[in-house]
Design a protein around this ligand. Structure first.
Ligand SMILES: [Mn+2]
Length: 331
């Protein structure tokens, strides 16, 4: 019988020294940052040469994570980013299911014949990943990574790794609020606390460091840019380029806005449209059995999870919104 992927992955991790590039997705969130950095910190313990690469800058409120300052930012350090991919023996992808989510660098990844590994919890991953530690019934890639390390040798999880893992879990669960949490999510969190993480301190860093512009942008989104569609139990919020400019938008400022739609009584679907330079970015959220991923996949060629998904639309924000309204009629 062939060995499960996790054993093969562990043999590689504990084997000969390798050049490794750990990659996460565009617009890195807490789970992307936490899982990629935790992976790097783990691999360093086995003396590998490891670098972390993300396609664009991460929000300020993740800058405190150990080694965040050493992350290669694809669109700012292009040469370094390409080199990281081309010189690696192994590419490890954290918290993404599709190579195209590594925007601007996917071509180099496709050209690379290095071993491609995946740690992820999104549905329907690409075929290119030769070794996978992948399940969709976990809260986050960070939870999955904890499980993985715990299976082989828990003593490898030091305080820095524990901080990273907690950051991913707390943000991907929306503060332990979404349907992706299980008893294991809490058990793992309890273990992380036993390992010495300070949850109050981390929550402060991640959630209580808004700029004035970010808070006012949230207010503007809810007061002036939110449309309620009671017939579909849905909410649409849209933000234009000039909205973002007016409130001095920084990366990460729109994180979480989509969730507010669901806090209205009777609303089961919330969709956020953000006008970016090249496309409209869509974020979908839903409650319970409503599968917004199906809408994201079928109408916008996107993807993610049943209750939290995303997509890009190439066209005007008005056209994106009317396409969504049409989709809501049809489903
Ligand atoms: Mn995630």
């Amino acid at each position: 019988m062939s060995k499960p992927d996790k054993n093969l992955i562990w043999e590689i991790f504990t084997g000969a020294k390798k050049q490794i590039c750990v990659i996460s997705h565009t617009n890195p969130d807490g789970d992307a940052m936490g899982s990629a950095l935790a992976m790097k910190l783990l691999l360093k313990k086995f003396n590998h040469n490891v670098e972390v690469l993300v396609p664009n800058i991460y929000p300020d409120y993740y800058a405190w994570l150990k080694d965040a300052d050493q992350i290669i930012i694809g669109d700012e350090q292009r040469e370094k980013a390409v080199n990281c991919i081309q010189s690696a023996d192994i590419l490890i992808f954290m918290d993404l299911n599709k190579v195209h989510r590594v925007e601007g660098l996917d071509k180099y990844i496709s050209e690379s014949d290095s071993l491609k590994m995946l740690f992820d919890h999104h549905v329907d991953p690409d075929e290119v990943f030769k070794l996978k530690y992948w399940r969709t019934d976990v809260s986050s890639t960070c939870e999955l990574l904890f499980e993985f390390i715990n299976h082989f040798d828990k003593s490898l999880i030091d305080k820095d790794i524990a901080d990273c893992i907690y950051a991913g879990i707390v943000t991907d669960t929306g503060n332990y609020f979404h349907g992706n949490i299980t008893a294991d999510t809490f058990r793992i969190t309890a273990e992380l606390i036993d390992m010495g993480i300070n949850v109050v301190d981390i929550n402060q860093k991640v959630y209580n460091t808004f700029s004035e512009g970010r808070l006012r942008l949230l207010g503007h989104s809810l007061s002036n840019r939110m449309e309620i569609l009671p017939e579909f139990e849905a909410v649409i919020i849209h933000l234009t380029k000039s909205d973002l400019e007016k409130y001095d938008h920084r990366e990460g400022d729109t994180e979480g806005i989509v969730n507010y739609g669901l806090s209205i009584k009777g609303i089961k679907i919330s969709v956020l449209f953000i006008e970016r330079a090249q496309y409209i970015k869509l974020s979908f959220r839903s409650e319970g059995d409503i599968n917004v991923n199906a809408i994201a996949v079928k109408y916008f060629n996107g993807g993610g999870h049943k209750n939290a998904s995303g997509a890009y639309f190439y066209g005007s924000i008005e056209d994106a919104i009317s396409k969504l309204k049409q989709a809501l009629k049809e489903i």
